[in-house]
Design a protein around this ligand. Structure first.
Ligand SMILES: [Zn+2]
Length: 222
């Protein structure tokens, strides 16, 4: 039957995904079951993924592998598979994005936008992403919304939120915002030396302001 390999592949992928979830939660809750890592490694090996960490898990006796080493191997395997816990398994990412939105919102009055924007889950996307609803009801989703991994680091979250808002506002209003007061160029959200900044390509390139401090910066330079 033509459909058989596809069904097998689907089942195998689902099994890998389920095992990845178990291993991820095990790592997260400090209750990693070595057997789950071994099962995942065997499944991946069957699937043709003979990554170094996979081979090591399969070849060693799990009883002889210290817990910290097993955890490290598990992390390396998860990274290789590209497993993403999304918002479901890592809900703290939502909190990070909400906090990031509060920071970016401080800059919005300079674009003529008042009121508190809020983060909304976009369940129609797989995996589920996040969009931003302005207080006037306008929904900004950019290119498929913010992926859950945007909430992995605070500075990265601020940059991602600012980028989405700026991009969507530009498309809606055709106005360049924000603008560098020195070079009269449109600024872009960027992470520079660990901080989320509005970046200017003018001159020798520079950070025009920290994201969230645009209004303060403008007042201070004029
Ligand atoms: Zn500039």
């Amino acid at each position: 039957m033509d459909t058989e390999p596809v069904t097998d592949a689907g089942t195998s992928m689902e099994r890998i995904d389920r095992l990845c979830t178990r291993v991820y939660l095990g790592l997260r809750e400090h209750q990693l079951a070595p057997q789950d890592v071994v099962e995942l490694a065997c499944e991946l090996l069957d699937w043709g993924h003979s990554w170094e960490a996979v081979r090591e898990v399969v070849e060693r006796d799990p009883a002889q592998v210290p817990a910290s080493e097993m955890a490290d191997l598990a992390r390396r395997i998860l990274e290789k598979t590209g497993f993403d816990p999304g918002f479901d398994l890592a809900p703290e990412r939502l909190a990070v994005l909400r906090q990031a939105l509060r920071v970016v919102a401080r800059d919005l009055p300079t674009a003529g936008i008042d009121g508190e924007p809020r983060l909304v889950l976009l369940e129609e996307f797989t995996p589920v992403s996040a969009g931003i609803e302005l207080s006037d009801g306008r929904l900004l989703v950019g290119d498929g919304g913010l992926h859950a991994c945007a909430g992995d680091t605070p500075a990265g979250a601020v940059t991602a939120v600012a980028d989405l808002i700026q991009d969507d506002l530009m498309k809606q209003t055709w106005q360049v915002w924000p603008v560098c007061s020195d070079h009269r160029l449109g600024l872009h959200a960027a992470t520079h030396q660990g901080a989320a900044v509005w970046w200017c390509a003018g001159g020798d390139e520079h950070a025009a302001a920290l994201i969230g401090e645009l209004a303060y910066h403008r007042r201070s330079v004029h």
